[in-house]
Write a protein that binds this ligand. Sequence first.
Ligand code: SAH
Length: 344
Amino acid sequence: MKFTCLHACHPPLLLLHSRMCHTIFSPPAWRRLRSPPLSSNKRLLARAPNATTNDGRLLREGIAEFYDESSSLWEDIWGDHMHHGYYNPDSSVSVSDHRAAQVRMIEEALRFAAVSEEPTEKPERVVDVGCGIGGSSRYISQKFGAKCLGITLSPVQAQRANAIAAAQGLADQVSFQVADALEQPFPDGQFDLVWSMESGEHMPNKKKFVSELARVAAPGATIIIVTWCHRDLAPSEQSLQQWEKELLNKICNAYYLPAWCSTADYVELLQSLSLQDIKAADWSKYVAPFWPAVIRSALTWKGLTSLLRSGLKTIKGAFAMPLMIEGYKKDLIKFSIITCRKPQ
Ligand code: SAH
């Protein structure tokens, strides 16, 4: 996922810039240690670095540094939502209105999960796991009158998220802190909406990730995960094809990601935790205009000057963005939503 940031969830140039600086041009140690971006639950569970290994620590530090460096640039160009827009061809939202499309992503996710707006049923306590600079938390807090707690690995993001909340008079409603999604600083059963918008792709241990989402959820709570996945494997397949692995590896290098998994892997993990009403969908077609827009924004005067200020590595990093478009076009990358409910 910002202008220069071309990172997507994170998209834009800036981000891209940071990710590239940390990876292609200066590969962090965690990347040399980890396994290739492939899955099947067994592999994920067996090989993913967990939160306590050196591998996991290096990844966390890298992600934190990456967002520390890039978030203000992203905010400058794209605003406070660090995720794809939802571009429904049937909607009144113009394809060029990216802020509206990003808000629509939040609305569509809530709708897909059937989160009620009824006064007696609407969420009152929300956790935003991987909160960026708090765009989702502030929106959801205002929509439902809910209290939201956000966590991010980036101290700069947490500070900025709290500052925006204070400036908007929301300091009593929302609050942000640095914490690891894999070791959340919350007791069990705290939240009636558990929200993860484009942070799951950063998680090196998907089982631990969803276990923590389920642990902090209150009985009856809704869990919403919107994330990048690779395509589901066919029953006859043991793994992705070689060219697919190579493309994902390049994207991992460019965007600072650990191993990917499929939507079916997430569903299986949620089933293994006995969660209910599990639903999943592929929203790739609704986000298709996003990456081309990020590339266009990098090519504006503002984007280009930000890029130039950021330096040659950032410019080189921008060249990795078409890989995401290629991944979507070749049906390798899926923009997935997976939702469920914790039993009462
Ligand atoms: N959900 C936000 C930000 C998405 S960017 C939005 O839609 O605007 C990805 C976010 O995930 C960043 O804030 C990053 O710090 C966070 N993140 C990645 N790995 C994390 C981890 N292990 N624990 C907590 N946050 C994490």
